[in-house]
Ligand binder design. Structure first.
Ligand SMILES: [Zn+2]
Length: 114
């Protein structure tokens, strides 16, 4: 209820203004407006609280998902024989180096000494 003398916003049930002490006279329209304002304010607060709870829940689920992914995903690191990666999971830094040496059978035979 808004005080007619000082325009202080009081509760809907106050008889006297909390700021200036003037008596507040109730009329149907003023009570209705005040109750309507308070109801809208409560709905806005409730909506804000629900939004905050959804955000916190979403952030928690996101963090749990990331933790789950980090802890429980253990991909087999590809083998690297020449340049090992910095860590087991650093597959992006891995350099695959394959070298196939073809040796003919005749080259392996030791020539006979006389
Ligand atoms: Zn007042």
């Amino acid at each position: 209820m808004i005080c007619p003398r000082c325009n202080f916003k009081n509760d809907a049930t106050t008889m006297y203004c909390r700021a200036c002490g003037a008596q507040i006279k109730y009329t149907d329209v003023r009570v209705k407006d005040t109750l309507k304002e308070e109801m809208e304010q409560q709905q806005a607060d409730q909506w804000e609280e629900q939004t905050r709870q959804f955000l916190v829940l979403g952030i928690c689920l996101f963090l749990i998902a990331i933790t789950w992914k980090i802890v429980f995903s253990n991909p087999d690191p590809p083998k690297c024989y020449v340049l090992p990666p910095c860590s087991d999971r650093a597959s992006y830094a891995q350099i695959k180096y394959e070298h196939q040496l073809v040796v003919e059978r005749e080259a392996l035979e030791v020539p006979k000494t006389k």
